[in-house]
Design a protein around this ligand. Structure first.
Ligand SMILES: Nc1ncnc2c1ncn2[C@@H]1O[C@H](COP(=O)(O)OP(=O)(O)O)[C@@H](O)[C@H]1O
Ligand SMILES: [Mg+2]
Length: 257
């Protein structure tokens, strides 16, 4: 199968702290893979490197055969990589619908000229954007919230809204950073089913970061385990679950007990 994202020897330092060391990944097109590890392992840093928030100290990021290392974040979105954030980043003062519409504009084909002159093209694009945003809200069971301000939505719904917003940019690859954080077990179960379904429906590739191991076990085809910036295990959920190094990383620390 074709590789959509290739990470080659990614290393990143924050001052003297080595947050990620020699991370490698060959993510096949259409895959649903997971990246897990205790708090502070370097998971979010890897997402920040892929999405151009930081430039890696060393290593290469190849997306769809193109070297995107060091490219600015907005250009990476245009290439087809979308993400969600561990700490939600929705616009509180906007409705659920507008949160999605705004994301889509990153990909819209409207020039400033069109929007100033209210051309037909502008209206058509707007109409299509709204229909598509409503469609996404429906998929995430948020249609009744379309006109609710994000700040009035419960936490679980905000998490879903963020994923919907990521999909609005028509990505080829979606990076989800702890999508289940703060959810109750029933919400987590539903979300995992939804993520699985989205992958099939939209024919996208998903790379998922999780802190809790059990969350990804049910849906990821392959899992990488990070600890202190190092890859300590890589394999199927069954394999990873039984690896003594993984058990030690998780059970050896009070915060994960
Ligand atoms: N912007 C930053 N400046 C300095 N240190 C950071 C920064 N971001 C993350 N770190 C450090 O890098 C390490 C990895 O963090 P992170 O990638 O957020 O871990 P994870 O997402 O696995 O919990 C941690 O030790 C964290 O404190
Ligand atoms: Mg993190």
């Amino acid at each position: 199968m074709e590789t959509i994202l290739s990470l080659q020897g990614l290393t990143h330092y924050f001052g003297g702290l080595r947050a990620v060391h020699d991370f490698n990944l060959e993510l096949p097109q259409g895959a649903l893979w997971g990246l897990i590890g205790p708090n502070g392992a370097g998971k979010t840093t890897i997402f920040n490197l892929i999405t151009g928030v930081y430039k890696p100290t060393e290593g290469k990021i190849i997306f769809n055969g193109e070297d995107i290392t060091g490219l600015k974040s907005h250009l990476i979105v245009e290439k087809g990589i979308a993400r969600t954030f561990q700490n939600l980043r929705v616009f509180n003062g906007l409705t659920a619908l507008d949160n999605i519409r705004i994301a889509r504009q990153a990909k819209n084909n409207i020039s400033l000229f069109d929007s100033f002159l209210y051309t037909r093209k502008f209206y058509e694009e707007e109409k299509q954007a709204k229909e598509e945003a409503m469609e996404l809200l429906k998929i995430f069971n948020l249609q009744s919230r379309a006109y609710t301000l994000a700040k009035n939505l419960p936490y679980g719904e905000l998490r879903r809204l963020e994923i919907a917003r990521a999909l609005a940019t028509h990505p080829k690859l979606v990076l989800l950073d702890e999508p289940a954080a703060g959810m109750n077990p029933r919400e987590v179960g539903n979300l995992m089913d939804l993520i699985h379904w989205i992958r099939e429906q939209f024919k996208i590739t998903i790379f998922l970061v999780e802190h809790q191991m059990r969350v990804v076990m049910g849906i990821c085809e392959r899992i990488k385990v990070l600890d202190f910036g190092e890859t300590i295990c890589d394999g199927s959920p069954e394999y990873v679950k039984c690896d003594p190094k993984v058990i030690e990383a998780y059970l050896g620390r009070v915060e994960n007990a």
